[in-house]
Design a protein around this ligand. Sequence first.
Ligand SMILES: Cc1cc2nc3c(=O)[nH]c(=O)nc-3n(C[C@H](O)[C@H](O)[C@H](O)COP(=O)(O)OP(=O)(O)OC[C@H]3O[C@@H](n4cnc5c(N)ncnc54)[C@H](O)[C@@H]3O)c2cc1C
Length: 59
Amino acid sequence: MHNVADKYECNRFIKYKHSVKSAIWNESKGKWAIQVQNGEGATIDDEVDVFINAGGVLK
Ligand SMILES: Cc1cc2nc3c(=O)[nH]c(=O)nc-3n(C[C@H](O)[C@H](O)[C@H](O)COP(=O)(O)OP(=O)(O)OC[C@H]3O[C@@H](n4cnc5c(N)ncnc54)[C@H](O)[C@@H]3O)c2cc1C
């Protein structure tokens, strides 16, 4: 998996050991409010136009 990510230069788009804690649609802004916890346990707040849930069917 890491070799494929390296080969196709995907790592610039990937954050390992980060966990999405919440994704809330903000109707008035027309954006997703995202909370992500990084590997050190710090919380990162972000706003995005597009949010794709690829958390898998087992979650
Ligand atoms: C026992 C078993 C055997 C299988 N065998 C086969 C097989 O032989 N052939 C086949 O084609 N398919 C098989 N499958 C199905 C295949 O594994 C799934 O269809 C495929 O893995 C789905 O890929 P995905 O990327 O959608 O989800 P996943 O592979 O489940 O990936 C989801 C990722 O999201 C991460 N994630 C989840 N929640 C969060 C969060 N809040 N924040 C950050 N990250 C998060 C997870 O850690 C995971 O890394 C099998 C499945 C199981 C359970």
